[in-house]
Write a protein that binds this ligand. Sequence first.
Ligand SMILES: *Cc1c(COP(=O)(O)O)cnc(C)c1O
Length: 406
Amino acid sequence: MIRKTRLFTPGPTPLLPAAQFAMAAADIHHRTPEFRALYERVLAQLKAFIGTKNDVLLLASSGTGAMEASVSNLTSPGDRVLVLSAGKFGERWDALAKAFGCQVDLVSVPYGETFSPDAIRKALRPETRAVFVQATESSTGVRHDIQAIGALLKNSGNNALLIVDAITGLGTTHLDVDGWGIDVIIGGSQKAVMIPPGLAYLGLSDRAWKAAETSKNPRYYFDLRKERRNAQKGESSYTPAVALIAALGAALDFIAEQGGGDLAAGRNALIENAETCAAMTRAAVNALGLSLFASTAPSAAATAVLPPAGVDSGVIVKELKRRFAAIVTNGQGEMKGRIFRIAHIGLFDYMDTIAIIAALEQVSAASLNLPGFAFGKALAAAQQLYAERTGQAASVKAGEPEMAHA
Ligand SMILES: *Cc1c(COP(=O)(O)O)cnc(C)c1O
């Protein structure tokens, strides 16, 4: 059979066709009224997508650029900061903070787990200037409780800024950015907004802007103060990634359409979509007899799955690609071979989810030797869950043949 390549990866994610067309048509100069109109529109759309009253900035970089900008603009060498680390992206915060001379206190938990509020409370000091965390840790498939962390900071009377890498969190998990006291929220283009890599976006609270004024770090390309001044005039400091910005506008239009024209409603629909895809996948994995890696706090961004004992997860990754051109990701770094990850960020629907589950059944049948394996078990579990979650649960129960009702 022919094979159609499909990405099931936590960034880059599948591209929205309308966004690709917008990119191809975007041969406009960036110092023109046409571009200014586009830029102002997209920045306003991003604000609604994130759900914040604060200005949102766009940077021509991958997501890590905005992570770095938040460290370089909001801290000074010698500052005490707290990094909450539960995987590869948490470790990136640690490395970034150290690169800019911060004194880092670290709360770290084993891969696949999330933080206890107690450990965070104990690690907070009166002089802690900032707390860095992921909304969802894409390397392990875990969701962190940002609401609880925000409340904990508020109740402790600590003035630390809460800086959240929501690069795979935005569009997959509910985040009340201003209500929960998130001071910096960071997103990236190759995740839930369904366009290629190359753009980072971030929103800063008034408190964060004050910190940007007092930071002693040198800044040039990633000078957020300058970027904000320019954004207010509909411009970017340097040549913007015009084509990606046009694509982003089209993608945000699509997301708004999912909410009947309202971006916040569209974003909520996108989150619900990811939640449903993730729940279907978890049900399928359990029914197959495989185990979830992040079972206590699974995110809707990506589902991390443990291979059967003695099997390298790379075998499953390779077979899904070889037989079905389905691209799932292996574990990162020392997790390589120990898990595989199926993403649900952005443009994944029911059909994609059923397809990857069916392909996983085929690979299991041929290569995994799972006890009690039978075709259809994983699919039945996913189907049942989908029907219940979307309120379409008919009288037909899983495994009960249609004929029984005739
Ligand atoms: C993808 C991702 C990033 C950013 O990676 P870039 O390659 O710089 O875009 C950061 N954090 C998380 C949680 C991610 O999933």
